[in-house]
Ligand binder design. Structure first.
Ligand code: SIN
Ligand code: MN
Length: 200
């Protein structure tokens, strides 16, 4: 495993081996059974290209009413608990006792991407955000703490874990594209990204 630091983003390449990745996928299938993936729209009414769901006390949602955390899935059910396999990654990566309130699960199918944005719907930016990549490679772009300026990109692969804390916590970031079919982890292809956040 090697860790590279890019603009404060701690990128742990190959942090999770194949066995842990497969166990995570099995646990995430259970999450999706309890809280099905949905297709979100931005507050401006534009459909997002990822499908999403969450686990934890809160889930992140977006619709015409805005970006926010909600204690329930849009269909009304509670979010399932964050699997232990996921919590373990948080504790290993951050060393914190405090557990995350939300595990946002984003699924990138063929052609999906996510524009540059900040994660700023949480109450306290002192807590880091931890990201986990599973499945197909994704081209992650890192910008600045304000909109615009030069950016740098790095391919995230299955098993990579990224910690966004300190100066990186409010840095713009996004996912330009995936290499569909580059990983055999998900039989139908695609990429899963988990982000673990302390919300309250
Ligand atoms: C995100 O910022 O929510 C997604 C990042 C990623 O897909 O790697
Ligand atoms: Mn983000």
């Amino acid at each position: 495993m090697t860790t590279l630091t890019l603009r404060g983003f701690q990128i742990m390449k190959g942090r999770l081996g194949p066995e842990r990745q497969r166990a995570l996928v099995a646990d995430l299938r259970e999450v999706a059974r309890a809280a099905p993936f949905f297709s979100p729209v931005t507050p401006w009414g534009k459909p997002m290209r990822v499908r999403m769901t969450s686990a934890g006390r809160f889930g992140w949602v977006t619709d015409r009413r805005g970006y926010r955390y909600e204690p329930r899935h849009p269909e009304g059910m509670d979010w399932p608990p964050i699997p232990d396999s996921v919590l373990r990654i948080w504790h290993e990566a951050t060393g914190l006792d405090r557990e995350p309130d939300c595990c946002l699960v984003n699924f990138y199918g063929e052609g999906a991407r996510m524009g540059l944005h900040q994660d700023k719907d949480e109450a306290d930016f002192g807590w880091p955000v931890v990201s986990v990549s599973l499945g197909d490679d994704g081209l992650f772009r890192i910008g600045n703490t304000t909109r615009g300026g030069k950016t740098e990109s790095v391919w995230l692969q299955s098993g990579d874990v990224v910690v966004m804390g300190g100066e990186a916590r409010l840095t713009y970031h996004g996912l330009d594209r995936i290499r569909f079919g580059s990983s055999a982890l998900l039989p139908e292809g695609g990429r899963i990204n988990l982000t673990l956040r302390v919300v309250t």
